[in-house]
Design a protein around this ligand. Structure first.
Ligand code: NDP
Length: 480
């Protein structure tokens, strides 16, 4: 069986203990590779390698750092077929999505920050004719990057690229559920000539390898993307150690649809924002709120389209919904569908595990599910489900739509559908989310701030925000 290895000090190595864990292909429900079950000893090795590498990487001219990162981006593009297939098998997502979204975006992340390194600059403040202040941006040191399973290489690179571009060295841990593309990526780093120790990848369980990264006293900053509960645990460990923290956490995103919208576009995009990647994207709109005058029409047309979605073998070309990442996650999603029914919800389509014949007969598939008739305050409408499940509810006024949208503890993303420009701006200002899309969804410009309000996170990624996170500002004041 294929053996994934850690990447420490430029070498591919097993966990020191020799322990490993089975890595499951969720579309078949069986182990197909082994992943190191690393612990604090492996993290220690990685930190020491990163510390040593920091001495040279942090002062290397930006052009050189940029050149290595650009080579890595080139290699990702060169190997897109292999990486996309690996991502699909590891995560359960469709191969077509991995080819069109995950892997191209991973290359863009690296390239974006490779060029970012060239353009990052200091600020200067002139204090009358008395003094000049200039602000240096110093890489913080060895940083920890922990990423989730839903967009494995995409989110892994989204963290490590700005860290490396800023001159930090990294100890990273992908989710143990989806370690494959980070492993393939480590080979590309070796090929591209990334100096040993600059990036170290320690595989294993969150509570063991992940926790050891968070607790390590020589790791000064932590960039984490994952669930809110894990984020709180990480903050509880890191805050007393006064580590810098960037937390990108869960969401329960509203999709607000007004009667004056372009309905066809709103329906087509809502299909995407509900079910892309099996609904396993933190930005998916899981609560669709529709103005009452078009509620029935929207619901009927939306359900009709959802029923047409093809669920099945993620490696097949015309499949739109693949497998959920794990059996445990599938059961969690099915549990929420049951909860919704107990809360009075009506299943308009889906609602069950999807049985696929052939290769995928034991895979973890769930039918795309639409639920109505739920109170907006019920648990189904308040808690993150993170699967192919969406609720639809009517509203009667702008005020009510905003109140419903803002009723959860989350505040990651929202979409607003209207052709009324004033209303679009008005609602965008009132909805408490870090990201608002008007008449679109998942349209991304990597320069913009990315992150959530309330329990959806702390801090922002993207653009200069990420470069600033991985650097300390040091102001130098010169009296004239
Ligand atoms: P988890 O919080 O379970 O895990 C995220 C990562 O943290 C994994 O690598 C996990 O390892 C690791 N981890 C778990 N426990 C610890 C710990 N005590 N110390 C250090 N690391 C730990 O999230 P999921 O992987 O289940 O991802 C889904 C969640 O991510 C959803 O809530 C989703 O909304 C959120 N997300 C947020 C995004 C955003 O940008 N705001 C983007 C994408 C997802 P392991 O898996 O090995 O246990």
């Amino acid at each position: 069986m294929l053996k994934i290895q850690n990447y420490i000090d430029g070498k591919l190595v097993d966990a020191i203990s020799g322990a490993s864990l089975p890595n499951i292909d969720p579309s078949e429900g069986r182990a197909y590779s082994m992943v190191p079950d690393s612990d604090a000893k492996d993290v220690e090795l990685a930190v020491q390698a990163a510390k040593e590498a920091f001495l040279t990487w942090s002062i290397m001219p930006a052009e050189k750092r940029s050149a290595v990162l650009s080579r890595i981006a080139d290699f990702i593009e060169r190997d897109i077929q292999e990486l996309a297939r690996a991502e699909s098998i590891d995560n359960g997502k469709t191969l077509s999505l991995a080819l069109s979204l995950d892997i191209p975006r991973a290359a863009s992340n690296i390239r974006f920050y490779a060029t970012g390194a060239l353009h990052f600059s200091s600020e200067a403040h002139i204090t009358g004719n008395e003094a000049v202040n200039y602000t240096l941006r110093v890489p913080t040191g060895v940083v920890g990057c922990i990423s989730p399973w839903n967009l494995p290489l995409y989110l892994f690179t989204w963290k490590i690229a700005p860290a490396l571009a800023a001159g930090c060295t990294v100890v990273a841990k992908p989710s143990e559920l989806t370690p494959m593309t980070a492993y393939l990526f480590s080979k590309l780093c070796v090929e591209a000539g990334l100096p040993p120790g600059v990036l170290n990848i320690v595989n294993g369980l969150g509570g063991k390898a992940g926790q050891a990264i968070i607790e390590h006293p020589e790791i000064v900053s932590i960039s984490f993307t994952g669930g809110t509960v894990t984020g709180k645990k990480i903050a509880a460990t890191a805050a007393p150690m006064l580590k810098k923290l960037s937390l990108e956490l869960g969401g329960k995103n509203p999709n607000i649809i007004f009667a004056d919208c372009d309905l066809k576009k709103a329906i087509n995009t809502s299909i995407q924002s509900s079910f892309l990647n099996q609904g396993e994207i933190c930005l998916c709109g899981s609560r669709i709120l529709v103005e009452r005058s078009i509620y029935e029409q929207f619901l009927n047309e939306f359900v009709l389209e959802v029923k047409k979605l093809r669920v099945g073998d993620p490696l097949e070309q015309d499949i739109q919904v693949g497998a959920l990442v794990s059996e445990a996650h599938m059961n969690k999603v099915l549990g929420y569908i049951e909860l919704a029914q107990n809360e009075g919800g009506v299943i308009r389509c889906g609602g069950k595990r999807a049985k696929i014949s052939g290769r995928c007969e034991d895979g973890y598939f769930v039918q795309p599910t639409v639920i109505t008739d739920l109170d907006y305050k019920c648990r189904t409408n308040q808690e993150e489900i993170f699967g192919p499940v969406v609720t639809v509810a009517p509203f009667d006024s702008e005020e009510q739509a905003v109140a419903m949208a803002n009723s959860t503890t989350y505040g990651l993303a929202a979409t607003i559908w209207t052709e009324n420009l004033s209303r679009a701006h008005r609602i965008a200002a009132q909805v408490k989310s870090g990201i608002i899309w008007i008449n679109c969804w998942l349209f991304r410009d990597l320069r913009t701030p990315f992150g959530g309000m309330k329990q959806s996170g702390v801090g922002r990624e993207g653009g200069w925000d990420a470069m600033k996170f991985f650097t300390e500002a040091k102001n130098v004041c010169i009296k004239i």
